[in-house]
Structures are given as structure tokens and as C-alpha cells.
Design a protein around this ligand. Sequence first.
Ligand SMILES: O=C(CO)[C@H](O)[C@H](O)COP(=O)(O)O
Length: 220
Amino acid sequence: MNADAQKKAAAEAAIAHLPRNGVIGVGTGSTVNYFIDALAPLRDQIPAAVSSSEASTERLKRIGITVEDLNSVAEIKVYVDGADEINKYLQMIKGGGGALTREKIIAAVSKQFICIADQSKLVGTLGEFPLPVEVIPMARSYVARQLVKLGGRPVYREGVVTDNGNVILDVHGLRIDEPLTLEEKLNNIVGVVTNGLFAHRAADLLLLGGPEGVQEMRRA
Ligand SMILES: O=C(CO)[C@H](O)[C@H](O)COP(=O)(O)O
């Protein structure tokens, strides 16, 4: 199975973990696109979804699933999303697709976070993938200087404006030995809206597609 087939298998495995009746959270990315496609036959059993991006909203609506604003939803039972990297504690780097802020908000609200990914995403130490940081535009240079002080090499994601009207710095060269501490330090930089480290709100379950099929991993 190649990476795409692994993503599809992981996405389809998530269907068995959905609540019988309840609002679900839906993330963003190519793996999530497979998940949305797999939701189509279940559209009548899903009262509504909350989505982490305009792209996913559009795809959900196209298959007939109602998308609600998070403010009108009392509870999200399950949130399904991909990751750019994930470790055995199910801490992640996310935001490759630029939707990290909404993803973090929905993850915080949701009772259960199911990560769907292909095998290449599972790593020993987070940080090989450049860490996305969403920044208020006027603070971009200041935040970049603070990121350099933390040992990173920030690169401005040119031409990208997030769904929230902000910009993204992708931070290269960080070896993330202490994800919890780094997530807090990044949050403390004035001008940072969100960073793509999901350490405090890690996933609860990883469905990992591999050559042999889909493996279920819970937090170590
Ligand atoms: O965080 C994300 C988007 O902001 C995605 O979950 C992450 O980039 C993984 O994407 P893909 O499923 O395409 O590999």
C-alpha cells in the first residue's frame, strides 16, 4: 500500500469510531478528504459537523452534511483530523495545510480526538517537519526574531493568508525534545495566534495506515 492508500485506509477505519448520534468535528487535509468521502453514505445519521477550514466545509456541504458554527454547538463527541507528525504520546505537529488555529480550537472542545495518518507521520522526535506558527501580520518580523532566539529558522509562508486573515511562519531546525514546554513558550510570544504543536491537547487515538493495514494506537 502506498501513502495515499494508507491514508484512505486510516480514514475509513475512523468511521467505526463515530458516535451514533452527535455532532462531529472534521479537520483538514488530504487524509481528512478521504474521511469526508467515507462519510457520504452516513449523511442521514450525522446531525451536523463542525469544520476546521473553508475547504473541508465546502467538501462536507457537497455531500449533504450540515456544517454548524462552533458557537451554536454544545458538544462535539469526536474530532477526526490528520497530522504532519505524531509521536508515541500522540503529540503532534499540525498546520501543514494552514488550518492550525481552528483545528486547535475544535480539538480543545472535543471529547475525543482521533488522528488518522499514514505510517510516514509516526516519528520518534517531533521537529523534522517545519513547525507552523500563525501570526498577526504586523507582528511577523518581531515573532520571527523571537523564534530565532528559541533556536529555530522561521520561513514566511509567502502568499498564504489563513482563514482568520493571518500569516504563517514555518519554523525549521527545531528538535522538539520537550513539546509541552515549547508549546507554552511559543504561546507566550506576543503576536502568535497559535502554534502547530498539539502537545497539551494530544490525540486520544491514532489510526495509522501501514502496509499491513490499520493499526490502533492509544497514548503511551
Ligand atoms: O494539520 C493539517 C492541516 O492544517 C493536516 O492535518 C496535516 O497537514 C496533514 O495533512 P495530510 O492529511 O494532507 O497529510
